[in-house]
Design a protein around this ligand. Structure first.
Ligand code: HEC
Ligand code: HEC
Length: 194
């Protein structure tokens, strides 16, 4: 009886403190990610600019986006079919896997004059107050350093026109202050940050 109780305690402690405590398993995530690489590229380093680079993104942000796609707060015709069957554990494993990969940046060639204008705009709007210096991101705030030019432009325009609304208002207010030229310059700057 006592022994059984002790085993129960050990199991409970393992569940609370063991590596599976947060249910984040990079190796399990690697296996589950096999279906994602068709679009997001090997290890999440996509070469096609419509597909965001997931490698090196913060785990918390990745998880929240998957959850938002699954629960309908964010939508995309290509992405949505791949989240329907994901469990919470799948989403945590996938997020842990992609967060642990190294971003290689996109292949876009930024224009130095636009990079400089984008850098000034980012300083003026205080983007890094949230995204951190060098746009490396933290927790639920995404890394944008080295992200594809086309993807960044699309997201900023969608925040501005309220097509993408899963940001709890953070990006909605910021993007309203940005002209199309600002968005173009910022996307050059962000692509250059890799
Ligand atoms: C058929 C192509 C395709 C496949 C396969 C796919 N995705 Fe996506 N995914 C997209 C597109 C396109 C977007 C960008 C949507 C947009 O423009 O808002 C996206 C966006 C995302 C985002 C948000 C990234 C960000 O920076 O906000 C995450 C996270 C993500 N996908 C994870 C996954 C995972 C995990 C899988 C595999 C289970 C997967 N995707 C499979 C096309 C795909
Ligand atoms: C008040 C905090 C805050 C500020 C300031 C801010 N952001 Fe964000 N940004 C966020 C959050 C939070 C998200 C994630 C929203 C979500 O969960 O969908 C985000 C998302 C983004 C995305 C989408 C990333 C992706 O992978 O889809 C881009 C691009 C971006 N921000 C660029 C910028 C730029 C450029 C500026 C300055 C002009 C800026 N942000 C200022 C908080 C902020």
């Amino acid at each position: 009886m006592q022994r059984k109780f002790a085993i129960l305690l050990v199991t409970a402690a393992a569940a609370m403190f063991g590596p599976s405590a947060q249910c984040q398993d990079v190796e399990a995530g690697r296996k589950k990610a096999e279906i994602c690489v068709a679009c997001h590229g090997p290890n999440g380093n996509s070469s096609q600019p419509a597909y965001p680079i997931l490698a090196g993104q913060t785990a918390r942000y990745l998880y929240l986006q998957l959850k938002d796609f699954k629960e309908g707060r964010r939508t995309d015709p290509q992405m949505v079919p791949f989240v329907g069957n994901l469990s919470r554990e799948d989403m945590l494993d996938l997020s842990a896997f992609f967060a642990a990969q190294k971003s290689r940046g996109g292949s876009f060639k930024p224009d130095p004059a636009k990079v400089a204008k984008g850098r000034d705009k980012a300083a003026e709007v205080l983007c890094t107050m949230c995204h951190l210096g060098g746009f490396m991101g933290q927790n639920e705030i995404p890394r944008v350093a080295g992200q594809h030019y086309e993807y960044v432009v699309k997201q900023l325009k969608e925040f501005k026109t309220a097509r993408r609304t899963n940001d709890a208002g953070n990006m909605a207010s910021v993007s309203k202050m940005l002209s199309d030229a600002d968005i173009d310059n910022l996307a050059h700057y962000l692509a250059d940050l890799y």
